[in-house]
Design a protein around this ligand. Sequence first.
Ligand SMILES: [Zn+2]
Length: 99
Amino acid sequence: MEKITWVCANCGRRFGNYLPSVATWHEDICDICGRKIAVTESRDFGGIIRETFTKQDYKYLLSEVTKSLDSIAGVDKEMTDYHKGLIKKIEAKLSKLGI
Ligand SMILES: [Zn+2]
């Protein structure tokens, strides 16, 4: 995985050390889940506790991306395709882990 700079709220909650008291959010790509969403710097979460993902982590990512896809499906074709691409990538990683 590449360096984790930008992190969304849900990924920060799962992978960060603590929740930020102050953070400046902007829309960008979350370096963990890959969604285009409100993100802030990983250091706002006290850094990211692990960058190697377990099966449970990938299942979390899959459910997050699927939820986002459900909320935009049929509204924005480009973002729908983008999310479908993310899901394929996550599923490929899960199948490598033997699921
Ligand atoms: Zn994220």
